[in-house]
Design a protein around this ligand. Structure first.
Ligand code: GDP
Length: 204
């Protein structure tokens, strides 16, 4: 897919205020510093795009960008646990869970994982929550330029094996990316392109 246009549309904290357009939507999410802004800018080839939403005060918001006038890229800033009450189980921030449970336009979410890190509890639990709620997602490993090819392979295999030791019978689809080198850009955009095609076929 060639990126012809990428425009910031809106930021808000409530899924009910998200754009009403029936366009296919893809959400990007991960812990802060995972490389999400860099990845969004790399994918869209717009250096400052994700910074628009990154300015102070905008960190807890759902940010919509319209790409090529026919799909939305959604920047969902860093997740973490929110404790609802002392006796309740830990859960994720409500604006994030509401977004995923209610946004029917969402075609696929991309959960970003720093390729150098061991599996972290919060990421594993977030993916588990996505699975339990039947929200389609892929893993996007970031910062692959920081490792040599053999180490990339080992880290990815270890990570996916860890998922298979948990609740997963099959590992989620994954992409290996680097915002510095552009690795993974074509694969990710082509994947989105294919899903868009199916989305528009089904809604015709
Ligand atoms: P965010 O908080 O998830 O939006 O993360 P940022 O995109 O702001 O990136 C966090 C830090 O990681 C910054 O210092 C980036 O320069 C660095 N970074 C992000 N992506 C890459 C990458 O692909 N390769 C390398 N080497 N550094 C990266």
């Amino acid at each position: 897919m060639k990126i012809k246009s990428a425009d910031f549309v809106m930021s808000n904290s409530n899924v009910t205020n998200c754009p009403k357009d029936r366009l296919p939507e893809y959400a990007f999410i991960g812990r802060s510093n995972v490389g999400k802004s860099s990845l969004i800018n790399m994918l869209t080839q717009r250096k400052g795009l994700a910074k628009t939403s990154g300015r102070p005060g905008k960190t807890q918001l759902i940010n919509h960008f319209k790409i090529n006038e026919n799909w939305f890229l959604v920047d969902l800033p860093g997740y973490g646990y929110a404790r609802v009450s002392k006796k309740d189980k830990k859960t994720f921030q409500k604006y994030i869970t509401d977004y995923f449970l209610e946004r029917i336009q969402l075609v696929c979410a991309f959960v970003l994982i720093d390729i150098r890190h061991e599996p972290q509890k919060v990421d594993l639990e977030f993916m588990e929550w996505m699975g339990e709620n039947q929200i389609p997602f892929c893993i996007v490993f970031t910062k692959a330029d920081k490792l040599r090819p053999k180490a990339i392979e080992n880290h990815v295999n270890d990570y996916l094996n860890k998922l298979l030791e948990g609740i997963w019978e099959q590992a989620p689809l994954h992409f290996i990316t680097s915002s510095s080198s552009g690795m993974g850009q074509e694969e990710l955009l082509d994947y989105i392109d294919g899903l868009n095609e199916s989305f528009f076929k089904e809604t015709l």
